[in-house]
Design a protein around this ligand. Structure first.
Ligand code: ATP
Length: 416
C-alpha cells in the first residue's frame, strides 16, 4: 500500500499534478506547487464544492475574506493561546514531533523524548515599513473571516436563520511535522461552511447529522468508494478549543484512516467571543471544514488503477483535468489534421480539451488514461467520408462512432 503513495507522488511530478515547492532551491518543507494538471484538478474540486454548497442551495451564501486580519481577531477567537500542538524533541537526534503522533520513543533513532511543550501553530507576519512593525498572523483557519463578517452578511443580504456562509481559501499552520506528501502541509486550502442555527440542542443535532450525511454523499458522488470512508467521533479531550462535538470523515489512505474533513458543533463560541448576535440571541454554528489539498490527494489515490502495464486514473469526469482529448489518426495527413483541429477548437469552447498528435494511437490512449481523461476522439479517414469520429471510453476502453456534429451534446449528456 505504501507503494501506492510512491506511485502517486511520482505520477504527480512526472505528469504535472504536484511538484515540491521551491524545488530548484532544495525545496521548503511543507509547501507544494500545483502544476498544469494539478491546478485543473484542484479547481474542479473547488468548483464542485461551491456548486453543491452554494449554487444549489437557497440557504447558503458565499464569502471571500482577507487572509490577514487584525490580530485582535485571533486573540478573541482563542487561537493565540489555544491553537497549539504538544511539541516533543528527541534528546539524542533533536528531531521534533507532535506528542500525539509518537509512542514514547523517538521514531527516528529510538532516543528519549523531552516533556511536551505547547507550540502555537499561527504563522506570524510583520506589516508596515516603520519600526516597530505591526505583528499580524496568516490565518490559521479560514473560519474567523466568516464570523467577523457575520453582521455584514446579515445586514447586506436576505439571509435568515437557519443559513450558512461558505468560503474557500488558503490557511497557514506552522505544523511541527508536515508530511505524507500534501496531506499535512504548512500552506493549504480549506473549503468550509459555517451554518448558523437557533441555539437549541435538538436543532443543532438535527443540522449536525444533516451536514454529516450531505458531506459524505458529496465525496461518494464524486467517486470515492463508500467502504473507503468512515466517520470518527472525537473524544472530549481531543476536540478543538471551540468544539462541543466533532466528527471526522476519514479516508482509508495508504498511511491509515485519515481525516478528510471535520464536522464541528461550535456552539456560540465564536460569535459570543466576537460579541455578535442575531435579533436577540447568539446563534450556534455547525461547521463543515474540509481540506482542498487533502481531497485532491485522496481523489487521486482512490482513482488510481493498474491494468496490465496500463495506469488509469479513474477520476470522476467532473474532476478530470481534461474532459476529452482529440487526435488525428496520422499527423502527416493535412486533411485529417485540419478536421481534427476544427473539432478540437470547437470542443474547447465548452470543455477542457487536450490535443495530441504524437506517436501512435495506442500510446496516446495510455498517456490520457494516466492523467484521467475520460474520453478520446479520433479523426480518421472515415471521418472525411461520413463526418463520424471514434469516441473511446477510458474505463471500459470501448469505442463508438459518433457524428462529429453531435459531439457537443454527446459530452454535455455524459457530464450531466
Ligand atoms: P489535524 O488533527 O490532522 O492536525 P485538524 O483536526 O486540526 O487536523 P481542522 O482544524 O479541523 O484540522 O481543519 C479542517 C480541515 O482542514 C481538515 O479536515 C483538513 O482537511 C484541512 N487541514 C488541516 N490542517 C491541514 C494541513 N496541515 N495540511 C492540509 N490540510 C489541512
Amino acid at each position: 500500500m505504501a507503494d501506492l503513495m510512491e506511485k502517486i507522488v511520482s505520477l504527480c511530478k512526472r505528469r504535472g499534478f504536484v511538484y515540491p515547492g521551491s524545488e530548484i532551491y532544495g525545496g521548503l518543507q511543507g509547501f507544494w506547487d500545483y502544476g498544469p494538471l494539478g491546478v485543473e484538478l484542484k479547481n474542479n474540486v473547488k468548483r464542485e464544492w461551491w456548486k453543491t454548497m452554494v449554487y444549489q442551495r437557497e440557504d447558503v451564501v458565499g464569502l471571500d475574506a482577507a487572509i490577514i486580519m487584525n490580530p485582535t481577531v485571533w486573540e478573541a477567537s482563542g487561537h493565540t493561546t489555544a491553537f497549539t500542538d504538544p511539541l516533543v524533541e528527541c534528546k539524542a537526534c533533536h528531531h521534533r514531533f507532535r506528542e500525539d503522533q509518537v509512542k514514547g520513543q523517538c521514531p527516528d533513532c529510538g532516543g528519549q523524548l523531552t516533556a511536551p511543550k505547547t507550540f502555537n501553530l499561527l504563522t506570524e507576519v510583520y506589516l508596515g515599513s516603520t519600526e516597530p512593525k505591526q505583528k499580524a498572523y496568516l490565518r490559521g483557519e479560514i473560519t474567523q473571516g466568516v464570523f467577523v463578517n457575520f453582521r455584514n452578511v446579515v445586514d447586506s443580504s436576505r439571509v435568515e436563520i437557519p443559513f450558512g456562509i461558505a468560503q474557500i481559501g488558503k490557511a497557514f499552520r506552522n505544523e511541527i511535522t508536515p508530511g505524507n506528501f500534501n496531506f499535512r502541509s504548512r500552506e493549504f486550502e480549506q473549503m468550509e461552511l459555517e451554518f448558523f442555527v437557533r441555539p437549541e440542542e435538538a436543532e443543532a443535532r438535527k443540522w449536525f447529522d444533516y451536514w454529516k450525511s450531505r458531506r459524505q454523499e458529496w465525496y461518494i458522488n464524486l467517486g470515492i468508494r463508500k467502504d473507503h470512508l468512515r466517520f470518527r467521533e472525537h473524544a472530549p479531550d481531543e476536540r478543538a478549543h471551540y468544539a462541543r462535538a466533532a466528527e471526522d470523515i476519514e479516508y482509508n489512505s495508504p498511511f491509515g484512516w485519515k481525516e478528510f474533513e471535520g464536522i464541528h458543533h461550535r456552539g456560540d463560541w465564536d460569535l459570543s467571543r466576537h460579541h455578535l448576535t442575531y435579533q436577540d440571541y447568539t446563534p450556534w454554528v455547525i461547521e463543515t471544514s474540509g481540506g482542498v489539498d487533502r481531497a485532491t490527494l485522496f481523489f487521486l489515490l482512490d482513482s488510481y488503477c493498474e491494468e496490465g502495464d496500463r495506469v488509469i486514473l479513474k477520476l470522476h469526469p467532473k474532476l478530470a483535468p481534461y474532459k476529452v482529448a482529440v487526435f488525428p489518426l496520422l499527423k502527416n495527413k493535412p486533411e485529417l489534421v485540419a478536421k481534427a483541429r476544427e473539432i478540437f477548437e470547437n470542443l474547447r469552447l465548452r470543455l477542457t480539451a487536450a490535443w495530441d498528435d504524437r506517436g501512435n494511437i495506442g500510446k496516446r490512449y495510455y498517456a490520457q488514461d494516466e492523467i484521467g481523461t475520460p474520453w478520446c476522439v479520433t479523426v480518421d479517414f472515415d471521418t472525411l467520408e461520413n463526418d463520424t469520429v471514434t469516441v473511446r471510453d477510458r474505463d471500459t476502453a470501448s469505442q463508438e462512432r459518433v457524428s462529429a456534429s453531435r459531439l457537443d451534446s454527446y459530452f454535455a449528456d455524459k457530464l450531466k
